[in-house]
Design a protein around this ligand. Sequence first.
Ligand code: QUE
Length: 373
Amino acid sequence: MTAKPVDETDAVKAAITNDISITRSGAVATIVLNRVRALNALTIDMRAKFAEAIPRLARDTDLYAVLVRSDSPKAFSAGGDVRELIALYKTDPAAACQAFADEYGLNWTLDCFSKPTVSLIDGVVMGSGVGLSIYNTHRVAGERYRFAMPETAIGLFPDVGVAHALSRLPNEVGTFLGLTGRLIGRADAFNLGLVTHCIAAERFPEIEDALADAQTIDPLLDGMHESPGNGDLAPHETLIAECFAANSMEQIMDRLAKVQGEQKGFAEGVMADLAKKSPTALKITLRHLRQASSMGLREVLTMDQRLACRCLQGYDFAEGVRAALIDKDNLPVWKPADLESVSDAEVESYFAPLPSELELELPTREQMQALRI
Ligand code: QUE
């Protein structure tokens, strides 16, 4: 399975959607997410329109930079439209699997993109939205920036290649974020390098205007950056490092249960969070994060494709989406229901190569360069 071709000569024509717009002003192209009613949950059509524009932008010699922002005051993007994916899987399983392939192909294209790319992020950025922004050369956070990879809550795993970044964060913070799905603010995100600049959202239009004038991006953003101060995670750093260094979910829970003293309350909160997540998703996520620390992004995305197709075929993903987003009862009934009942063999089966026609085949970075993406 290959991601949708990046060459515009044979690019699949994107369905026309107004949920994303791409406009040009001077030297900057601006991509605006404006599916405001759904917190910019990204649909297949939105990603297709985004991907389709990239070769043209990359080869436009008069273009200095590409900017991505949202028209919603609450969200950059709350994630992917997973309801759409689950519905599609019921009628056309191969198309649902292909939708993941196209998304991961877009993530890879963004990482290989040859011009400065800037995301202006205020409000939440989660899941698929992280995949549109984290590969940008410049990631600017407004005051209301909130980051999370919440997929274990819906029986999925932190995908869009983000295991590559999470597995490289210090002190097991990425393991903590990927398993618990907890939200962090911009101070933590800046200290972790998930964002590059903190700038008041009311100044975002100035950035767009300056880039239209082809003003040099680094001095521009460096000059506007304001220190976000200490994050909220700092007091819990040691606990996170110690508990989340374990190599099984059972051990992580065990270590959290043994925490005494002033961190006890925090540890109990984390255990309560983890107890709500899909046990299968937790085990897959932990294993994926451990492997990803020694893999390149391209290989991580190929592994994401295996895991995503297996999650579509499994039980918990559809159940998680039902409970969180369709019936909204927030009472998923996971199968298996507890960590001990998820066997190593079951976890292992998610990671096995797919039938060759379903494996994600991405061009190498060198091949992307030759395509002048
Ligand atoms: C975990 C998730 C997601 C989620 C809730 C979770 C996610 C996602 C959405 C979402 C939000 C708003 C929408 C929508 C989907 O919710 O990835 O269609 O309008 O996209 O607990 O991973």
